[in-house]
Design a protein around this ligand. Sequence first.
Ligand code: FRU
Length: 768
Amino acid sequence: MVRVVSTDRGENGLGLNYFQIVWSVLVFFLNASNETIIAMKNAYLKFAVLTVIALCSLMCSKQKDLTIADFNTGSYGDWKTEGNAFGKSPSSGVLPVNIAAEHFASDQMASSYQWGDSSMGKLISPEFDIARRYINFQIGGSRMPDKTCINLIVEGKLEFSATGVNDNVIRTNQLEWVSWDVSRLKGKKAMIEVVDMDSTRKDAFISVDNIYQGDKNKEDETYIYNQERRFTINDRYLNIPVKQGAYPQLMRVSANGNTVMEFVVELAESTPDYWMFLDVNEFKGKEIKVTIYKMIRESTGLKSMIVDSTVKGFENLYQEKNRPLFHFTSRRGWHNDPNGLVFYEGTYHMFYQHNPLGWPWGNMTWGHAISTDLVHWKELAPALYPDSLGTMFSGSAVVDWNNTAQYQQGIDKTLVALYTAAGGTSSWSAGKPFTQCMAYSTDKGLTWIKYNQNPVLPHVMAENRDPKVVWDESGRQWIMALYLDKNMYALYSSADLKTWREIQRINLDNVAECPDFFQIALDGNDARKKWVLTGANGHFMAGTFDGKQFKPETKSTPSEWGKNYYAVQSFSDMKDGRRIQVGWMAGSEFRGMPFNQQMSFPRELTLKTTQDGIRLFAVPAREIVLLHGDKKSWQETVIKPGNNILDPFQDDLYHIIAEFSADRSAAQQFGFNIHGFHILYNNKTGTIKAVRPTDNAVSEVKVKPKQGRIRMEILLDKTSVEIFINDGEVPMAFYYIADEANKKLALVSEGGEVKLNSLDIFELKSAW
Ligand code: FRU
């Protein structure tokens, strides 16, 4: 039930008895005449008057809070609903799972969340008297003034309005206190309306709870603003306590009075889930100031930050329960797309979309890792941090062999990166569009300088992004492929990496984001090279490019059939002629870990003519052999149903290469059961089917046997299965965390025997 309580002065239980005593003593003195008693009487009178004044003010300030609504009784009571945004009754337990229970002041609230993005409507209170100084309430949801808001209407006039804080920058489902100072409206009649009039935006909602009148400002009591701490940097890491689901705070780092970094961080208010870090090496010997825009007063988040030579929890680094052991993950925080993949002087550089301070996506920064063999990676300090133009979205890097950008200093070539500054995705870049920017490195990719006249390509349309640059030798020019919008891409050309001219627009069906554009030999024949344009999900078109126009000779064609492979990009400037691609294994999730997401194992791409046309093939980069441990092999073995020769294999990491006779086989289906994950070839349907048991995700693809054989190559890590059928004709990447109780490998033959021509199983070592 919703209560609207009226003023109830004088019910203060403290007051009455005390008054009775003071009154009886007063009556006694008024009747007295003796001189001493008269003196006592005067003193007492003074005391009594003061007491009465003190008591009155105490009573006035002790007025009870008046509940307007706490939505805790299962119904909206005498509040009225209009439309369908708030359902028929208050919500409970319907908000997304990542909210910690302690963040709900109560178990029910008025919310438009559970009724979907398209629902619209209002929730309107009965009329009440404004009888206290403040109206306090908790609110969460979208920052959409007039659309998702709570309004105070007094005598028909809108006096106050508030929204949640969710926008492009902050995303939270938590409620926070807001207080309106309504003292000037005291005594007037008012009503409150909670509004969700947005049906378009995804995740547009409002939640409201615990509305009451009181004489105290709950918002000021709860939060403090702009708290600062100064740190003298004498070590590498600023340790920052983080709790998943904690209220996302704006954290600003400044040096010499200038903002140098700004992030949103789920700062732990007390005990953290884990410690994230900022690599503050570049400020060694200097002072930095950290400002937290808003914190609850009791929060120890800022107080407990510490500069140290290590990161709390690193004693357990790479030993974490669900840490992949040969797939790249960031030591801490989120990552998505591989960016700026480039090879220079024996070193592979992999930059990546990174949230250095959080488990979820956000604060896009270019993380940086290097390797000399594509297998062992060393993480360096991030290369590009968000700035006033935006957070750092995806892009690419090249070696400027001919010094076209004119930054070369010594003999080392300059590395140049093109990236998207995603304006409007941080409060620092509010109101700005997505533009393409440039940065360069004159120290072999170790440190990066942003071009001082960024952007190099102004906003074209929508959220245009993800520039991929390639040198076109025949045209002696740089070409940039850029994602524009929907499934539209564009090509630009440049002589110096700074001035870009659009040359073509291209539609790539069934794809968006992250283009890659490169030349590759068809069927291994260097005299027959093709240009290939790929999009984020690996779909490609192959064709010719004359320096002015790309002419596709194929339709947009898939090149990957798993459930977790996205934002693909290939290395630039490889010296050995290989085209090595890495994908983000999107859809992975590492709950409880201090990191989140994983990269695919690097793949070597080839372009081949098949009976079905030109196809992009992918196999694991040959460097996987660097991790090979013990090997077991079988030749010419017949597998009978139920006869599992792989019983002894109970580890987490394997590289499996098997070749089965498909056409002579009597078996209906054959293949593997790997920790519960099925990879089966069906002789009757001619399809390969991968089934992930944790969510029953299925990928099924037609594959023709080659010379009567089906070849399966499998990479098994702790958190993934990558499958390559028939020398990479059908690659499939899957995120997969097996049940602890099911760490078995089995060769499967159903409905008959199958002949195994050969099988090699390598144990794999951890790359860390
Ligand atoms: C692809 C993508 C890119 C964008 C980046 C942002 O996963 O959406 O288009 O640049 O991620 O992190």
